[in-house]
Design a binder for this molecule. Structure first.
Ligand code: KE4
Length: 429
């Protein structure tokens, strides 16, 4: 594979954009080498600036669940653009996508749209603090909720790739109100509640973690969290930016039959355009301005193009329940094939999977939290990443990410991928 043009473009980008990228995890710091510049994409395939075709297992970090340039979304955007792109005034479209999202997701009465997952989670925390009149929050080491100050404390995703436990610029005043618990460890949460009694506004969690690789919740963990929150008058916030509209029509709340107090969305809900959202029952959402005292706003919130893209995406997911069955079957097929070839080639590995979220960790021990996720052999991961890239397969350029399967993948693509993993893992010993 030749990446000459990408390398040239990266050199130009570095002169005018910090690190040559607009989001750090794209910079390949976790795997070395220079990032791939994409020219276009369709279905399950990326076409880069050197005209290489890559099978895409990241899909823009989740949004492209039905494949790139998905016709209904493209049509919705192009038709809507002709009517104007932004008004800063309400449109019927916002009500339509709000009604649809509320009908798909259990336990929510109202939803507020914003422009990113970060904004959704940041606003959810402010709402929880305003509603409970308490300041502290609990997050989990290895979970990533975007880059707002309260969350950059032992965050996952890019923050882990860079080994930045607490990003500079986050004040002690902010950090002191963020308490850290261990994923899948209810005791660690209980201790925080007893040591900070009646000071904790909310617990925020990725119900299936995707930012330390994929780490599913242990049996009873989410239920235990919900119980601890209600016992301590704290709100449970599910960050479903990754899992929302991916693990099921109703996301993790449907999959695990657990209703959080506030749910955050991103990625899929925007169909590839900048959309985030947060939702809850009326009692909580009515605390938001202009109804209530908790302020939150945005010039491009509910942008008509983004709403048109999101509405087309959610409509497709809502109309065809077999999509989630196909995603489950395709990802299970990939998992089975990966297990077979990595075992045959005597590689120490763990694969975690829930639905169409899957990740491989190069360590035989179970990966149940951030500490165990960090034990993976990163050198081996780099070899794996670049070996697959040479074979025309693009996975996350970091061991602290999950893969996102798209329904556009065919079984031929999956077989090709499994064969490539076989070939690459033979060279990894
Ligand atoms: P954004 O602000 O990037 O739209 O969403 C932040 C966010 C919130 N919650 C969860 C569970 C997330 O996974 C994310 C963002 N995910 C990363 C990938 N792990 C985005 C990729 C990037 O940072 O470029």
């Amino acid at each position: 594979m030749n990446y000459q043009r990408s390398s040239q473009l990266f050199a130009e980008a570095e002169k005018v954009i910090p690190g040559g990228v607009n989001s750090p995890v794209r910079a390949f710091k976790g795997v070395g080498g220079t990032p791939i510049f994409v020219k276009k994409a369709k279905g399950a395939y990326l076409y880069d600036e050197d005209d290489n075709r890559l099978i895409d297992y990241i899909n823009s970090w989740g949004p492209m669940i039905l494949g790139h340039a998905y016709e209904p979304v493209i049509t919705a955007i192009t038709e809507r653009a002709k009517l104007g792109t932004s008004f800063g005034m309400p449109t019927e479209l916002e009500t339509k996508i709000a009604e649809l999202a509320i009908s798909m997701v259990p336990g929510i009465d109202k939803i507020r749209f914003v422009n990113s997952g970060t904004e959704a989670c940041m606003s959810a925390i402010r709402l929880a603090r305003g509603f409970t009149k308490k300041d502290k929050i609990i997050k989990f080491a290895g979970c990533y909720h975007g880059h707002s100050d309260s969350f950059l404390i032992q965050a996952g995703s890019g923050a882990s790739t860079f080994g930045i436990p607490n990003s500079p610029g986050v004040t002690q005043g902010t950090a002191k109100d963020t308490l850290l618990a261990t994923y899948n460890d209810l005791e660690s949460v209980k201790n925080l509640f007893s040591n900070n009694s009646n000071e904790i506004a909310a617990v925020i969690i990725e119900p299936v973690a995707g930012n330390m690789g994929c780490v599913p919740p242990k049996e009873g963990f989410l239920e235990g969290l919900k119980k601890l929150c209600s016992q301590n008058n704290a709100l449970l916030i599910f960050d479903e930016v990754m899992t929302g509209f991916r693990l099921a029509k109703g996301g993790a709340q449907e999959l695990y039959s657990i209703h959080a107090d506030i749910v955050c969305f991103g990625k899929v809900i925007g169909g590839g355009l900048p959309v985030g959202a947060f939702a809850a029952r009326n009692e909580i959402m009515n605390y938001l301005a202009p109804l209530g005292p908790v302020y939150q706003a945005g010039t491009l919130s509910g942008n008509p193009l983004a709403m048109a893209a999101g509405l087309a995406m959610l409509t497709s997911l809502n109309q065809d329940a077999s999509i989630f069955k196909r995603l489950e079957e395709k990802t299970a097929y990939l998992e089975k094939g990966m297990r077979e070839v990595l075992t045959k080639n005597n590689i120490d590995f763990t694969i975690n999977r829930i639905g169409s979220m899957i990740s491989v960790h190069f360590d035989a021990a179970p990966v149940i939290d951030f500490e165990s996720a960090k034990k993976g052999d990163n050198q081996l991961f780099k070899t794996f990443f670049h070996g697959l890239l040479k074979e025309g397969i693009y996975i996350a350029p970091s061991a602290y990410e999950t893969w996102f399967i798209t329904d556009a993948l065919t079984y031929e693509d999956l077989d090709f991928t499994i064969q490539a993993i076989n070939k690459v893992s033979l060279e990894m010993k």
